[in-house]
Design a protein around this ligand. Sequence first.
Ligand code: NAP
Length: 675
Amino acid sequence: MILMLNNYAADQWVAATGGAVPILSAIDGSTVAETGSQGLDFKAMADHARGVGGPALRAMTFHERAWMLKALAQAIMARKEELYALSASTGATRQDSWIDIEGGAGTLFAMSSKGRRELPDDVILIDGEIEPIGKRGSFIGQHVYTSLKGVAVHINAFNFPVWGMLEKLGPTLLAGVPAIVKPGTATAHLTEAAVRIMTEAGVLPAGAVQLIAGSVGDLLDHLTCQDVVSFTGSAATSIKLQSHPVIARETVRFIAERDSLNASILGPDAGPDSPEFDLFIGEVVNEMTVKAGQKCTAIRRAFVPAQWLDAAEAALRQRLGEVVVGDPSVEGVTMGALAGQAQLDDVRANARAIASQARLVFGDLNTVDAKGVAAGQGAFITPLLFRADDPWAADIVHDVEAFGPVSTLMPYRDLDDAIGLANRGLGSLVISFFTHDPLIARQFVLGVGAFHGRIVMIDRDSARESTGHGSPLPSLVHGGPGRAGGGEEMGGVRGVKHYMQRTALQGSPRTLSGVIDRWLPGAPQDDAGPHPFRLRFGELRIGKTFRTAPRTVTIEDIEHFAEFTGDKFYAHMDEEAAAANPFFPGRVAHGYLILSFAAGLFVDPAPGPVLANTGLDKLRFVKPLVPGEAMKVALTVKAKTRRNDDYGEVRWAVTVTDGGDDTVATYELLTMNAI
Ligand code: NAP
C-alpha cells in the first residue's frame, strides 16, 4: 500500500495539489509513500505560527511546556510500534530504529526533566547574577532571556527522521517558540507519522507545530529577525540556504549542523594487548555499521600509532567479516541498507574518490551478498574499510564524506602528528580518543579542542557505561566548528537559549526585581505582618522579610560547639595560633556555629506551612565573628518555584550581620512549603 503523505498546515492535514514525489523502499525499491507540498501557502503557515502558536506557547511557563514535552514523548512511546513498522522500509535494523524512535522520545523526556529542574516556573529566564553598576547599588544590570516572537524552521536530514525532528523540537517548544518541520524527503513518511502521533496526543497548542512534507517553497522569503532556521544536512545545501538573501538581510538566526570528517584515535599508550585497543576496534566497526554508517557523527577517519597499523587493520577486518548485511527483518542481519538508491550512488561515488588515494582493505564497492534480498535489489553495500599509509598526502580522506559504512584507517607518528591529522578535517562534530593515560588525554584535548564539538575519551574504566563515539546526548552540546557547520544544538538548557533573545536590563533593584519576579539586594523588603514561616507558599510575596533579634556569641558557645561537634580547629580554640593566621584577629566562631545560631534565630518552631529545609546555596563567610560580638539575621523571600500541586520551593536570601551591621555571612536557603 502506498501512503499518501500530508502536510500539517495551520492545524489541518493538507494534501499537496500535485507534483507528488515517490519515497522508495530501501529494501526492494518499491514505492512506499508519495509526498509533496505543492499548493501550500508557506507565508500563511509562518503567519499562523507567529500569530497563533507563539502566543499560545508563550502563555505557558517553562514548566508547563516541559510537561507538554513529557506528554509528547509518552505518546511516541505508546505508539512506537507504528513507527518501527515504517522504519523498516528505510533500511534500518531494529537497533537503528531504536536510536531514532526511542532515542528521539528519550531526548524529549530528558529535555522535559531539565526544563522542570533547571528552568523557572516562569516565562523569563535569568542569565547570571546581577551586575553592580552604580556605587550606591541603586542602578544595576541583569541579563535575561525572553522567547523569540517568530517561528523556527527545522530543516532536517533524512537519516534520523524521528530523533532529528525531536532533538530540535524539544528545545524550541521549551523556549516557547512554534516550529515548522521539514524532514528529508527520503524518510518523510516516518516524520509524518510521528507528527500525527504528537498532534493526536492533544497536548500541543494550536499552531505550535506544522509539517511540510516536501519542498519548503518560498517559506524562507518570509522570514524575519525573530525567526530561526535550524538546518541539518550537507554542507552544499547549508551554504545555499545560508546565502539566501532574506536570511542575510534580516539576520535570521541560522543553526547549521553539517557533515564532518569525524576521527577516532587510538592513543600512543594503547598497544594491541591493551583493553583500549579492543575498545577502539569495536567502536570503529560499530560506527561504520550502525545505521549503515549514515550518521553525521560516524567515524570516517581512524588513526593508530604507525607501529600498530597492521595489527589494527587485521583486527578491523576480522570484526567487519562478522557483519551480516541484509534485510533487517531477516534473523541474523546486523547491518541494513542505505536509505535509497540515490544515497547508494552517492556513497559509491565518494568511496571511489577515496579509492584514488587510499587502498580498499575490506569490502566491495560494486557487489554485495545481502541476506534475504534478491541480487541487485535494494540500497545495500558492504562496509568499506580503506587504508592510507601516508595520511598527509591523502587529501581526499580528510575532505570527502561518504555518508555510508565507509572509514579510512591511517597511521600517525606521535601525539602531535595525530593532533595535526585530526584537525585536518577542519572542524568536526565529534572525535574519540582511546587512552588510559589522563596526562596524554589532557595534551590531546588542548591540541584538538578548538576543532571539535565533542571529545569522547574511552578507556577500560568508562567502557561499560560509555555511550560511545556517535551518540549525541540531550544534556551535551551537539555541533561543531568549521566544516561541521559552526552550529550547536541541545546541551540541555543551552539549546533552549538558541530560540530566545538575551537582553541586558538596566534599572533600579526595585524595577528589576519586579521584572524578573525575584528579590534583588536593594529592592524593598517587607517585614510587616506575621512570621514568614506562618505563610503558605501562595501567601508568601517576593521580598517578604523577617529580621531577628541579636544574639551574642560567647567563648563558651564556641567551646561548647567545638566539644559537641569535634571541630576543634585552632582558629576556634587556640588564641595565639588563630592570631597568627592572616584571616583572623584571634579565636573566632565556627562558620557552622553561625549558621546554626542563624537557624535558631529565624526558625518559627511550631508545625506550619514550612515542610522541610532542602538545602543551602552560595554560602559565603564574609567576616569572622569574634567572641562577645552579637549576630543577627535577615531572611527574605528571594524566589518561588512551584514543584507540584501540594508544595513549592522557596528560595530565601539570608544575611547574617554583626553588631556594626557588617555582613558576616550570606547564603540562600531552600525550603519546601505547602501550597
Ligand atoms: P541534504 O541533501 O543537504 O538535505 C538536508 C535537508 O535539506 C533535507 O530536508 C532536504 O530536503 C533539505 N533541502 C535540500 N535542498 C533544499 C533547499 N534548496 N531548500 C530547503 N531545503 C532543502 O542532506 P541529507 O542528504 O538529507 O543528509 C545527509 C547529510 O546530512 C550528510 O552530509 C550528513 O553528514 C549530514 N548530517 C549532519 C548531521 C549533523 O547533526 N551535523 C546530522 C545528520 C546528517 P529534501 O530531502 O527534500 O531534499
